[in-house]
Design a protein around this ligand. Sequence first.
Ligand code: SAH
Length: 196
Amino acid sequence: SDVGSQKERVVTEEEWLQKWEMGNIGFHKEQGHPLLQKYLDVLLNGRSGLRIFFPLCGKAVEMKWLADMGHSVVGVEVSEQAVKEFFSEHSLPYCEEPVPEISGAKMFQSTSGNISLYCCSIYDLSSSIVGKFDGVWDRGALVAVNPRDRQRYASLMINLVEKNSSYLLVTVSYDPNKHKGPPFYVPESEIKSLFG
Ligand code: SAH
């Protein structure tokens, strides 16, 4: 397939913030994603009390699901509005604190302590700041990353996971000449070369 038409496309952080302000968030699924339900066993693999990472998390309701199952959830999202909407829409009390290692970043944590959302760019994170994860739910994340940043994104994600982790990745398949993205079309061959 010809993905050349999307290769150069860049969506800035400012544009993402605007989407949230304007309510252009067609990607948000109020009922959660059916594929997480379908593949939950693959993610958990019989384990409990996992640390699960949500890259580019938006206000994904699946974060609440997994926290309610007893897992510890960490997300990262540039839009503070999205993060605040997540907590308010689930009536979860939270506190807010600066992240000493990242200038300008804030961490929003549920009072119960099991959901921590970093408000900054994912590229500001490292395992020394957030630790390593047993599971990843990547939906609307790799496919939302600018095509030129994919390699950097994948290398970071590989760094953020433990050896025995599970990574659920949702992609979309369509003709990239007919839609400019995001979500971008990431061919399976590219996913294989990014993640090995
Ligand atoms: N995963 C979520 C949101 C998908 S849309 C879901 O399934 O609903 C992609 C999200 O990534 C947007 O909310 C956008 O604000 C955020 N985003 C874009 N670039 C980012 C970056 N570099 N770091 C962190 N978040 C980012």
